[in-house]
Design a protein around this ligand. Sequence first.
Ligand SMILES: *[C@@H]1O[C@H](CO)[C@@H](O)[C@H](O)[C@H]1NC(C)=O
Ligand SMILES: *[C@@H]1O[C@H](CO)[C@@H](O)[C@H](O)[C@H]1NC(C)=O
Ligand SMILES: *[C@@H]1O[C@H](CO)[C@@H](O)[C@H](O)[C@H]1NC(C)=O
Ligand SMILES: *[C@@H]1O[C@H](CO)[C@@H](O)[C@H](O)[C@H]1NC(C)=O
Ligand SMILES: *[C@@H]1O[C@H](CO)[C@@H](O)[C@H](O)[C@H]1NC(C)=O
Ligand SMILES: *[C@@H]1O[C@H](CO)[C@@H](O)[C@H](O)[C@H]1NC(C)=O
Ligand SMILES: *[C@@H]1O[C@H](CO)[C@@H](O)[C@H](O)[C@H]1NC(C)=O
Ligand SMILES: *[C@@H]1O[C@H](CO)[C@@H](O)[C@H](O)[C@H]1NC(C)=O
Ligand SMILES: [Zn+2]
Length: 477
Amino acid sequence: MTSKLHWVAFILAALTFSIAFSLQPDQHKVLLISFDGFRWDYLYRVPTPHFHYVMKYGVHVKQVTNIFITKTYPNHYTLVTGLFAENHGIVANDMFDPILNKSFSLDHMNIYDSEFWEGATPIWITNQKAGHTSGAAMWPGTDVKIHQSFPSHYMLYNESVSFEERVAKIIEWFTSEEPINLGLLYWEEPDDMGHRLGPDSPLMGPVISDIDKKLGYLIQMLKKAKLWNTLNIIITSDHGMTQCSEERVIELDQYLDKDHYILIDQSPVAAILPKEGKFDEVYEALAHAHPNLTVYKKEEIPERWHYKYNNRVQPIIAVADEGWYILQNKSDGLMLGNHGYDNALAEMHPIFLAHGPAFRKNFTKEAMNSTDLYPLICHLLNITAMPHNGSLGHVQDLLSSTAPRAIPHTQSTTLLHGGVKPRENEQEESYAYFIGVSLGSIVVIVFFIVFIKHLIRSQIPALSDMQAEIAQPLLQA
Ligand SMILES: *[C@@H]1O[C@H](CO)[C@@H](O)[C@H](O)[C@H]1NC(C)=O
Ligand SMILES: *[C@@H]1O[C@H](CO)[C@@H](O)[C@H](O)[C@H]1NC(C)=O
Ligand SMILES: *[C@@H]1O[C@H](CO)[C@@H](O)[C@H](O)[C@H]1NC(C)=O
Ligand SMILES: *[C@@H]1O[C@H](CO)[C@@H](O)[C@H](O)[C@H]1NC(C)=O
Ligand SMILES: *[C@@H]1O[C@H](CO)[C@@H](O)[C@H](O)[C@H]1NC(C)=O
Ligand SMILES: *[C@@H]1O[C@H](CO)[C@@H](O)[C@H](O)[C@H]1NC(C)=O
Ligand SMILES: *[C@@H]1O[C@H](CO)[C@@H](O)[C@H](O)[C@H]1NC(C)=O
Ligand SMILES: *[C@@H]1O[C@H](CO)[C@@H](O)[C@H](O)[C@H]1NC(C)=O
Ligand SMILES: [Zn+2]
């Protein structure tokens, strides 16, 4: 009798397992979210229950080394290309390309000049070339025509469009008749307020709380659309933020003649283009001007920044120490928070969390490079990555398929190992789904059992004893 039970249990387990496995939702969908300027440790400044919810049921990387310079456009382009700034060509928010004889500036429409972006091919294009569909809600660069393409769906950049409207678009695209497999969602905060208030301001608390509420809203909407358990969601940022002060200003006018150079990019990495014949004069005047300013000729820029081999890196760059501000003239005015500094500084580092069928649960990793995100997403989308500077191997431990058990995420495994009960709302949908599948299987099994009943009378193969160990908890569950 017990061996018969084992046999039944074995078939039930095997069948349930295979059905649950074959009906498993498509695991190849990714939603990438950037909250601009979300420093890695903002998570601990005020209660951030929604971020912690994602961490508990997903993965968290504590220190993400982003790329130099730690500015918005360079880093967002790295996240979607896996390339260093010198390789993707978006070397700053403000650039001049001497070959193209053109400028690029965040504050002007010339960010729409395709030529600046075409040193690389962003992931949405590669995804589309592989026959898939991408959708972007204001991710930097996604409304620019690059290599003759736009994302399949995108929104023209308009900072007045609310977070809720952006989320609604993303959900619409993921649930449409021809759903996207890659979504990109961008939000300007907490960067804006971080610049204005300075990250040390107590007023940053409510700003961070508000982002947590926005994440809560996103989770709620994804659950409502039945996407929460099927999408792989990655929440990250481009850079952190550090406190600045009027007491820490380096005023270029004190050292340089304004007529001898053009200031292409300002602070904290001044990109200096000396006028014809003025290179030595400018360099000498600045080289030892201020103890908190390190001045490099282009060829002297440290290799570790991967910030040398591009036409758009100017002949002289002057890098301020953390918290120091470069101004041409003090009357120019400064912001109380800034970023752009050395990417080795912890305060420049962004958050990184992920959740979904492909990711482990409640897993914390110490460190990664932001260039590794691109091969990771390509892997999740099952598309071939373009040449890049990251490494999938360095982040593969975030994935559930490399976890100790071979298929740890399938719901049937959860049951087979007994005890693991769905907590909070996390597993609600997939749990119900599993129950449905199980009940269906039981009906099939009952008929099946009636047929084979006589065949298994005496000779239960040794196999059944082997499986008994796994099968028994299932009967008890
Ligand atoms: C670069 O463009 C400017 C106008 O933007 C023009 O005056 C100048 O002659 C151009 N230089 C070269 C070398 O073409
Ligand atoms: C930007 O969005 C706001 C709010 O939706 C809208 O009122 C405004 O017309 C938009 N601006 C442009 C240029 O589309
Ligand atoms: C800064 O600008 C003001 C007003 O334009 C000017 O009077 C002052 O001389 C400038 N400072 C320096 C150091 O050049
Ligand atoms: C600024 O320079 C002084 C003098 O060299 C140094 O003691 C200080 O640590 C520097 N500040 C930063 C933030 O590196
Ligand atoms: C998450 O992992 C930590 C240790 O890494 C453990 O203390 C905690 O109980 C785990 N939480 C859950 C919900 O499994
Ligand atoms: C980041 O990349 C560098 C250079 O490839 C490598 O040496 C380092 O181990 C990487 N860091 C992590 C945490 O993977
Ligand atoms: C991944 O893509 C290849 C084609 O590039 C396809 O043959 C394969 O079945 C896909 N794998 C999965 C798991 O979808
Ligand atoms: C980064 O990747 C690009 C493209 O493969 C390559 O040309 C470049 O040499 C790489 N940089 C480094 C430092 O490996
Ligand atoms: Zn930014």
